[in-house]
Design a protein around this ligand. Structure first.
Ligand code: MDE
Ligand code: FAD
Ligand code: SF4
Length: 667
């Protein structure tokens, strides 16, 4: 299977065993020297799983380039010596690894950040100062020193980070670069900085290192680069000695989602396809590539020579091996939720993965096999994310597991989540669990609501009975207009054209998207977000095409704060834009009075209002389902409570899966 994906590729400086690149992710383990063994274990697991070329998180070439105070850097022989633990661990598993050289520029969370010109980005608190000509020269030398140290540390490659709006990208775009010396003023001069970096690195390291340059193919910000400039840069980087061009889409401050789950798979591969026709060195595609099928497709249709996947390797370290063994249906697919990876990174917390809580915790969350003689009979009640994780990991360790689910299908609340437009990927998680449970021979009993009496024969009971939607308690809440979110998402009721959504938490926002969304293909998706042709519009940004919402929706909350404020750090802004563009009316500070034939009666700012709606969809939170657990405790059964049944916290599959996995590790 996947013959092209699995074929080796020779590049200047080495041979890659297959076409996969594990893209750079700042996990938080890079910043502190005492985490080096955890880092080595994390990378080694991915190398063992078959990743072609692993790229580390970003390491600054000097202090001014730090991402955050005392952030990762590669500046001394001591740094390099420590990294040998990482490179040796990867090499022992037959892998190759690149050190990413990243100067944060004005994205540095430090008061002494610098950029091409004095400026502040909209997403960082500090204003960066401009670099003198001498500092530019020094910075280039620092990049070269870091590359050389990387080579001494045993790295097979370096990646020069030139995309996502970091320093090099800031030099390349007139948006930030206002210089009039030899490093700015014209596109030609703006390009000199990265080209000199690559040229001097190649000069310094000779031919035994792979030099990958990551370039921004669409800046997606005003005053970004044009396509001609991008192509010219690619030529010059190639001539300067780069081995591979990796790609990136959009600056971090861009207001177009580029990696979120609502982004269609491989949505930006058309840009690599165009670039590939222009250059002689291999080009690597990135952004929302998460299955071997998509990889193979891109490699065979001429879009790319390599495919970069970052988060998919957090979700499943064995991605490549499973693909190679014809077990692609056993891959734990990244659902692009960002909840445990990028949301953590941008909050200075250690990254992990919602569907794989072992990611970046390989040495801490260990699932040791149990000897046959010590295998227990384990009952898991409830097959939502928490129960699925508990059952799968317990079985993986060797326990004999029975999984009970009251409904006919597995998945719990996730079955509703996956029906939300832009969350279709969540279905992959259920596919993964179903398939792995089958392979492991777990006794899965659907359509079976468990009572305490059914559980007497088991050594251990895990209660993962989850949550149920909270009902609305007000006059008229039994009116036929009033429906629960699960009935709507489950297709059990058909709602009218005018709808009030009561409760603007994560589920209320999802419901509003569900109710207003109309089908869109990739071209429409790009048009709705204002992504245009970079050879026509600078940075690939054009006027957004209006959305035509399927319904008129009022989204209400009792609080007076901004709607959607508590959504994910790196995804909330995109959801808020979708709601705005879909014409969803926001009503904050509402008191719900009653529902009758006229609609929903509310009081806002002391003024009574009637919303003339056909339906009122209740998204007023959830309550834990704990009856079974309480009964077991009463009987003296030592049951383990996990997931929403423990704490009902709305969009909280991250905790549910983590708790389920942790319980399984302890059984
Ligand atoms: P916010 O609340 O959305 O925005 C703050 C305010 O600024 C305004 N704003 C803007 N105004 C004008 N023009 C703009 N372009 C613009 N952007 C924002 C906002 O409207 C808002 O104003 P207000 O409404 O309050 O008046 O932003 P935030 O501060 O909450 O969060 C910002 C985020 C950084 C989270 C963010 O914007 C992010 O979600 N952007 C997308 C990131 C992304 O998906 N990037 C793509 C790929 S990720 C990748 O390649 C690598 C990531 C990891 C790196 S390290 C790289 C390699 O190792 C992370 C390292 C971080 C270490 C700490
Ligand atoms: P549940 O999913 O509630 O599963 C419990 C299961 O137990 C159910 O299948 C139930 O039938 C079964 N059960 C109960 N009692 C018994 C019994 N006695 N016998 C047998 N079976 C029983 N979370 C996120 O993290 N990110 C998101 O983006 C996200 N989006 C969401 C969107 C929507 C529209 C919805 C509804 C939820 C979303 N969630 C999201 C929340 C996520 O689905 C929940 O956090 C998660 O499902 C909780 O998992 P759980 O296993 O604890 O419980
Ligand atoms: Fe993918 Fe979500 Fe895991 Fe991040 S947390 S790697 S986006 S599944």
């Amino acid at each position: 299977p996947y013959p092209t994906l699995l074929s080796p590729l020779e590049v200047r400086g080495g041979t890659l065993r297959n076409r996969t690149v594990m893209g750079s992710m700042h996990t938080g383990l890079e910043d502190r020297p005492w985490h080096v063994d955890e880092l080595a274990a994390y990378f080694a697991e991915r190398a063992r799983g078959g990743a072609g070329l692993i790229v580390t998180g970003g390491y600054a070439p000097n202090v001014r380039g730090w991402l955050l105070p005392f952030g990762s850097q590669m500046t001394t022989r001591l740094n390099a010596a420590r990294h040998q633990r990482v490179t040796e661990a990867v090499h022992a598993e037959g892998g190759k690894i690149a050190l990413q050289l990243l100067h944060a520029g004005r994205y540095g969370y430090t008061p002494f950040s610098v950029s091409a010109s004095p400026s502040k980005s909209p997403i960082t608190p500090f204003k960066a100062s401009g670099m003198s000509g001498r500092m530019v020269e020094q910075t280039i030398s620092d990049f070269v020193r870091s590359a050389d140290l990387a080579r001494k540390a045993g790295y097979d490659a370096v990646e020069v980070m030139g995309s996502e709006g970091y320093l090099i990208n800031q030099f390349l775009a007139a948006r930030v670069n206002k210089r009039d010396d030899e490093w700015g003023g014209t596109a030609d001069k703006r390009m000199r900085f990265p080209v000199e970096i690559v040229r001097r690195i190649r000069e310094a390291v000779g031919d035994d290192l792979i030099v990958m340059y990551r370039m921004s193919l669409l800046d997606l910000v005003d005053d970004g680069q044009t396509w001609d400039e991008t192509v010219e840069l690619a030529h010059r980087v190639e001539d300067a000695g780069a081995s591979i061009i990796n790609t990136g889409i959009g600056w971090h401050e861009a207001r177009v989602p580029t990696i979120l789950t609502q982004v269609p798979r491989a949505a930006f591969a058309w840009t690599t396809k165009r670039l590939r026709e222009e250059v002689g060195i291999p080009v690597c595609a990135s952004n929302r590539i998460n299955t071997p099928e998509v990889c193979e497709q891109l490699l065979t249709d001429g879009s790319a020579d390599l495919v970069s996947m970052a988060r998919p390797f957090l979700a499943d370290p064995n991605f490549v091996n499973k693909a190679a063994e014809g077990r692609a249906d056993e891959i734990n697919t990244c659902i692009a939720c960002n909840q445990a990876c990028l949301d953590h990174t941008f909050s200075a917390k250690r990254a992990s993965c919602l569907v794989n809580p072992r990611a970046c915790h390989e040495t801490e969350l260990v699932l040791l096999p149990v000897p046959r003689t010590r295998a227990k009979q384990v009952a898991v009640v409830g097959a939502g994310p928490a129960g699925l994780a508990a059952a799968l990991n317990a079985a993986e360790r060797g326990h004999r597991v029975t999984l009970f689910e009251a409904e006919e299908e597995l998945g719990g609340q996730f079955r509703y989540a996956m029906r939300v437009p832009g969350k279709e990927e969540f279905a992959e998680t259920l596919r993964y669990y179903s398939r792995r449970l089958e392979v492991l021979g777990v006794d899965v009993r659907t359509g079976h609501r468990v009572a305490a009496d059914d559980l007497a024969a088991y050594d251990d009971v895990v209660v993962a009975t989850g949550v149920e939607p909270r009902r609305l308690d007000l006059p008229g809440s039994d009116h036929p207009k009033v429906v629960a979110y699960d009935d709507v998402l489950g297709g059990r009721v058909e709602v009218g054209q005018r709808v009030a959504v009561v409760g603007a938490g994560g589920i209320g926002v999802d419901l509003s998207v569900f109710l207003t969304h109309t089908e869109e293909d990739l071209d429409e998706w790009l048009a709705h977000w204002g992504v245009g042709d970079p050879s026509v519009d600078r940075g690939g940004l054009t006027a957004k095409k209006d959305r035509t919402p399927a319904r008129e929706v009022w989204l209400l909350q009792r609080r007076t704060s901004m709607i959607g404020k508590d959504l994910g750090r790196t995804s909330g802004w995109a959801h808020r834009i979708v709601l705005k563009d879909s014409g969803v009316h926001h009503v904050t500070g509402a008191t719900y009075d009653l529902v009758d034939d006229a609609g929903l009666h509310v009081t806002v700012d002391g003024e009574p209002r009637v919303l003339d709606v056909d339906h009122v969809v209740v998204c007023a939170g959830q309550e834990s389902v704990r009856g079974l657990y309480d009964e077991l405790v009463e009987r003296g059964v030592a049951a383990h409570l996990v997931g929403g049944a423990d704490v009902a916290a709305e969009l909280d599959a991250k905790r549910a899966i983590k708790q389920g996995t942790e319980v399984a590790a302890r059984l």
